[in-house]
Design a protein around this ligand. Sequence first.
Ligand SMILES: Nc1ncnc2c1ncn2[C@@H]1O[C@H](COP(=O)(O)OP(=O)(O)O)[C@@H](O)[C@H]1O
Ligand SMILES: O=P(O)(O)OC[C@H]1O[C@](O)(COP(=O)(O)O)[C@@H](O)[C@@H]1O
Length: 314
Amino acid sequence: MIVTITPNPSLDRTYELPALSRGEVNRAATDRVDPGGKGVNVARALTAAGHRTTAVLPLGGFSGLLLSDLLLRQGIAVATVPVRGETRINVSIVESDHGLTKINAPGPELSEHESAALLAAVRRDFTGPEVDWLACCGSLPRGLAPDWYAELVGQVHSGGARIALDTSGPALLAALKARPDVVKPNREELAEAVGRPLATVGDVVEAAGELRERGAQQVLASLGADGMLLVAEEGSWFGTAAVAEVRSDVGAGDASLAGFLGAGGSGLKALAAALAHGAAAVRLPGSMMPTPADLDHAAVRVTAEIPAERVLRD
Ligand SMILES: Nc1ncnc2c1ncn2[C@@H]1O[C@H](COP(=O)(O)OP(=O)(O)O)[C@@H](O)[C@H]1O
Ligand SMILES: O=P(O)(O)OC[C@H]1O[C@](O)(COP(=O)(O)O)[C@@H](O)[C@@H]1O
């Protein structure tokens, strides 16, 4: 079983329009609402692939109710912790020619009691031998200390489950010390973690190595349209999956992590699955998660020969 925790979940609202005019009234051509937050998306993709999973999340207010209803209708198993604040709504604006603009809300501030209740919910129900992986995903809401994931990883690791971590900034740096089994930074998050820009695949390999020295056992670095790199003790692999038409890259990293964990969570096969899921996610609207029917395994290329000199796109 793969459990995900999302301390700051969201409703993801996506508007598609030809072009955004700043300072004007804009009329969207399409409007959709998806359940969101990184661990929620990982659980959605895993459920779509037939894996046993539960998403743990705090929920509050009217948008919390709507999120819970959407998840119920999609058949996602959830364990919720009620909070007083309102669950956030994140907005994506997709323009035909200019790509994606995202506005992520801060979300509710959790009280000390709510923060402890969220930790306790995982510790109480999801540290048994049936839990293979705990995926700790997304930003921490206000009220949670930067070492909140570090504490959770420490507690869950001692129960035997493996840990995947997809977060950024101080929360990522603090949790490395608890030796997560895999971390999944994107290029910007990895650059921030090592404190310098990453221009080539070789730069990414070096930065991933630094995160491993600081405690991460594997680093799955996602590089948007440039593909993905896995750096682990057994070796390093680089891969790409061509996409003819990108519709929305919201949640592509989450779909990738779901593919990686669903395929065992280590090695070349898991990297290939992550690439297939990421590519499928960007072909779909909003933060829609791919099903196995959406995957194009033939488009995936994975190699142990790392193209270190390859320059990453701007
Ligand atoms: N524009 C794109 N074209 C092709 N594949 C993409 C594109 N954007 C994302 N992907 C795929 O999805 C994966 C995750 O996307 P990325 O943007 O790196 O993560 P995140 O969503 O966490 O920021 C990439 O490694 C790649 O496989
Ligand atoms: O927790 P964060 O970092 O604010 O991100 C939350 C957002 O990330 C998502 O999980 C999408 O992931 P990406 O932004 O990495 O594509 C959305 O569902 C959600 O709105």
